[in-house]
Unconditional design. Structure first.
Length: 182
């Protein structure tokens, strides 16, 4: 986590939601972090609910104490519901969300919690896809790009019924970070 630049986190939300047609969007964000992704979701006026799942209580405490002013206090928005727990264990009803944004750790390759690798397995991806409405989108933040995610999960780069797109966001200092947006 770094508070100096939230461009890629914001772009994850903005570009994914731009692909979702319609009104009254329900969004799930896996990982609170600084809060840039959640605030970008809430900046879309079509969003009526944003569920945020954070496994680490210390991150929630840091966010409330230090980071909330940097990103507009997203946890105070009445559309936000914070779930303190493991995203892997979260019940996901079919067609519950119009967008699911995974912004956990630094994607599937640089894990602060080794058990988070299970979020990026084929079975988990299938579970997230099943929780999407027909207009829904699943996006995964990762600095490694789509091919790396697919290779790690053991699936083909574009599972049946999905399409993958790689996006690039220039970070402060000129570095490029990559993200995944299926």
């Amino acid at each position: 986590m770094a508070s100096h630049n939230g461009a890629s986190e914001r772009r994850l939300a903005e570009e994914t939601l731009a692909q979702v047609r319609g009104e009254a969007l329900r969004v799930l964000v896996g990982g609170l972090g600084i809060g840039y992704t959640v605030q970008a979701v809430l900046d879309d006026p079509r969003v009526v609910r944003c569920d945020v799942v954070e496994i680490e209580p210390l991150i929630v405490a840091w966010h409330r104490r230090y980071f909330a002013p940097l990103c507009g206090h997203p946890l105070l928005d009445p559309r936000t519901r914070l779930v303190e727990g493991d995203l892997y264990d979260l019940p996901l009803p079919p067609a519950a969300y119009d967008a699911i944004l995974l912004d956990t750790d630094n994607g599937p390759y640089w894990l602060s919690r080794p058990e988070n690798a299970r979020l990026y397995r084929v079975e988990s991806m299938a579970r997230f896809l099943a929780a999407l409405t027909p207009r829904g989108r699943l996006a995964v933040w990762t600095p490694e790009g789509t091919a790396g995610v697919s290779r790690r999960s053991g699936s083909s780069p574009e599972p049946a019924g999905t399409s993958a797109r790689r996006g690039h966001v220039r970070m402060a200092g000129g570095r490029r970070r990559r993200g995944r947006s299926p």
